[in-house]
Design a protein around this ligand. Structure first.
Ligand code: C2E
Ligand code: CA
Ligand code: CA
Length: 720
């Protein structure tokens, strides 16, 4: 619309300019022409005037002759002929004494006029009398002659002296055929050339103009006009020329029109082309934006898109008090499916879940794939916690509907963290971080669950973050310390071995137990360094005790899952053992059941290598994982440590008693020593001893203690 308007304006502009120019040109041409016509008119006029005065001079000659002969001209014919011959331009000369035409020369064709009384003729008398009155030559006519043709007559009143007074004698007249008069002009030729003319005279008595002669074509607009002075009156010659320029001008306008049209069309197509370009650029930009703002696997919006939208939502929240709900959704154990079924199956699953999520919320809500198995849902204009909880529940249910991929059916669950916008954050990173924290809390609470964000979570997160930073320096700054807890032979109540348990002497928070930082060290990878520090410390302790000939079968260290898969594990331990110069059989490693189950074959290899070095191996926290006793058979282990949770309920729970007995029996058939963790009561001790459990560990015997106290209590134990 706008383009059309611009083109129209442009068209009008060009056309107006062209028209103005051609109009101007036309005007110039016209002016030139008028000048030319004016000149032509002047030439014609002077021709007519000359001719007329010459012709009329014949009347003077005739008048003088009459006066000299006192009114009598004897040889009128001869005289008249000689005058006509010498002057020319006169058709005939007449004598009309007392106004009555008496003689005409040449007479031929004029016979009828003889005897005509001019002074009585209605049409002529007025002029005739005027001539007498003024005693002047008068030009009369044009008349249609009785004998045919049109003529003008110069009529001169003649006065003869009589008794000293002039007395009117009559008229001498010269008749001039109009055609003859005009023959001296170029009017005929000019007419042929397209000029129009009109010769008029102001009638002496009436206020009217007589047309003397005119061109067959009518006079045009604004003709050039000039006067011809004739005796006793004025004639006018007007002339015009049919403007070829009228067509000429039209052509000018036409040309302007066409040029304006062409130029406008050119402009139009140029604008269209630029618009076309604009469209192409827009389309490409849109495609790029699509790529930039969408997840290519699921077609959902991506993280960037969520970020942009959240910014807008936060702005609207500030301005219009609008609210929204942001959900952070993570699939539980997706890695398991991806690993066992392959990435294609994983992708198919993600696509199906994307579609389910999309179908579960309103069209206006934003469903996002953040990456991997993480999704987000942004519920717009939602502020009800109840609704949010309902929707979260619905999403969890939708996701856990069975899926069939490649002929196999399975289910996957999800955990959701929920934040309220803007309550739970005033900027995008905070909101996303808090939703993530809430999701993490849902996972911790057992997965397949949702959790709202709360401030305590964030406080914890901040602390965790700080702790993580501090942990990086803990090893370097010697803030770690080992406590030792003895493992007791249940039959003899003698110390069998020790377990080294790490503590962190935090500069501001004081002594921290491992459950406050081991998980963090695990997440951040710091556990590897920490773990080697522990092994080094323990090996030095063994070396010291050996040198001091103190009694100690072995000291155990805990190996974290990350450490266990460290490719340098064997090499590093070998080096540490060699440097400490100890008998490797005095070093024991405790590996949790779940660590082993992650990759059974690999675990077996590493365990065999460790055993080959002489290092003893214990399976820690047994009973908490999913391993069956059959699998345990394959592991080269020396010890099985029954998890504290079984021991704790031992006095009350008879089924736990059965399980513990079964574990002990099975372990013994495999020649594996059995340890019971967390013995706190004599009753537990008795039950375990009775069940033939080999070794016990627990507060009943000793708590983990720093190096300087741990071995004193050993003496105490020995005494006991
Ligand atoms: P764990 O390997 O199962 O260690 C035994 C834990 O049980 C110790 O907790 C010990 O203090 C506690 N315990 C022993 N007897 C009793 C009892 O009678 N009652 C109760 N309630 N608890 C008892 P601690 O020292 O807090 O260690 C916790 C966990 O931290 C350990 O569990 C172990 O998994 C991890 N850990 C400790 N030190 C290290 C280490 O150097 N490296 C690695 N990777 N993990 C460590
Ligand atoms: Ca342990
Ligand atoms: Ca344990």
């Amino acid at each position: 619309m706008k383009r059309a308007f611009i083109c129209l304006i442009f068209f009008i502009g060009v056309f107006a300019l062209g028209s103005f120019w051609s109009g101007n040109y036309k005007k110039q041409v016209r002016q030139e022409q008028q000048k030319l016509i004016s000149e032509i008119v002047n030439i014609q006029i002077s021709n007519i005037e000359q001719r007329l005065s010459r012709s009329l001079s014949t009347t003077d000659m005739l008048a003088i002759e009459v006066q000299q002969n006192q009114g009598q001209i004897n040889d009128f014919e001869i005289f008249a002929q000689s005058v006509i011959d010498s002057i020319g331009g006169v058709s005939n000369l007449q004598l009309a004494p007392n106004g009555v035409i008496e003689q005409i020369h040449p007479i031929t064709g004029n016979e009828q006029a003889i005897g005509h009384n001019i002074l009585l003729d209605d049409k002529r008398k007025k002029e005739a009398w005027l001539a007498i009155e003024r005693k002047q030559l008068t030009l009369a006519g044009p008349f249609k002659l009785v004998q045919g043709g049109v003529a003008i007559i110069g009529r001169k009143p003649v006065f003869i002296q009589h008794n000293g007074n002039p007395r009117f004698w009559g008229f001498v007249s010269a008749l001039i055929f109009l055609d003859d008069l005009l023959a001296v002009t170029d009017l005929k030729q000019l007419e042929e050339k397209g000029y129009s003319y009109r010769l008029t005279r102001a009638h002496p008595d009436k206020q009217r103009t007589d047309i003397i002669t005119q061109s067959s074509k009518k006079l045009g607009n604004s003709p050039q006009k000039a006067e011809i002075k004739v005796p006793n009156g004025i004639w006018y010659l007007e002339m015009s020329h049919e403007m070829p320029s009228s067509l000429y001008g039209l052509l000018g306008y036409l040309a302007s029109f066409i040029i304006a049209l062409l130029a406008s069309w050119q402009l139009w197509s140029m604008m269209n082309y630029s618009q076309h370009l604009e469209r192409v650029v827009k389309k490409k930009t849109l495609e790029l934006e699509e790529l930039a703002f969408n997840d290519h696997l699921t077609g959902l919006a991506n993280r960037r898109s969520l970020t942009e939208r959240l910014k807008q939502v936060l702005w609207e929240a500030k301005r219009y008090q609008r609210t929204a709900v942001l959900m952070y959704l993570d699939l539980d154990d997706f890695k398991r499916i991806n690993d066992s079924m392959g990435h294609d199956a994983g992708d198919t699953l993600l696509k199906q879940i994307a579609a389910r999520l999309r179908g579960a919320v309103r069209e206006s809500d934003l469903v996002v794939r953040l990456g991997g198995d993480e999704f987000a849902v942004l519920l717009l204009n939602e502020d009800s916690i109840n609704n949010a909880a309902k929707i979260a529940k619905k999403l969890i249910q939708k996701i856990e509907q069975p899926v069939r991929i490649a002929g196999r059916g399975f289910t996957i669950t999800s955990s959701i963290g929920i934040t309220l916008v803007p309550n739970d954050g005033n900027d995008v990173p905070t909101l996303l971080g808090n939703a993530d924290l809430a999701m993490y809390a849902a996972k911790k609470a057992g997965k397949r669950n949702f959790h709202f964000f709360d401030q305590a979570m964030q406080q914890k997160a901040v602390e965790k973050h700080q702790l993580e930073a501090d942990l990086a320096e803990a090893v370097i700054n010697n803030q770690l310390e080992l406590h030792y807890q003895p493992l007791i032979d249940l039959q003899t109540r003698q110390v069998s071995t020790y377990e080294a348990l790490v503590r962190w002497n935090h500069p501001t928070r004081g002594f921290l137990p491992p459950d406050q930082f081991i998980g963090l060290a695990e997440e951040s990878g710091k556990i590897v360094d920490l773990g080697y520090w522990v092994i080094r410390e323990v090996c030095q302790q063994i070396s010291l005790r050996t040198q001091q000939h103190l009694k100690c079968k072995a000291i155990a260290v805990n190996l974290s899952p990350k450490q266990f898969v460290d490719p340098n594990l064997l090499e590093n331990i070998k080096t540490i053992v060699r440097e400490a110069d100890i008998d490797a059989r005095m070093l024991e490693v405790e590996i949790t059941e779940s660590t082993l189950m992650d990759n059974v074959d690999n675990a077996i290899q590493i365990m065999e290598a460790l055993r080959a070095m002489g290092i003893r191996i214990a399976i820690d926290d047994f009973g908490t994982g999913y391993s069956s006793l059959a699998v345990i058979k394959r592991f080269p282990v020396d010890k099985l440590k029954i998890d504290r949770s079984f021991v704790a309920k031992l006095d009350k729970d008879r089924s736990d008693q059965k399980i513990v007995r079964a574990i002990i029996a099975m372990a013994h058939t495999l020649q594996i020593e059995v340890v019971a963790e967390g013995i706190e009561t004599e009753q537990q001790y008795e039950l375990l001893k009775h069940a033939k459990c080999d070794i016990g560990q627990g507060y009943l015997f000793a708590k983990p203690k720093p190096i300087d106290q741990a071995f004193i209590s050993e003496a105490h134990l020995t005494r006991a």
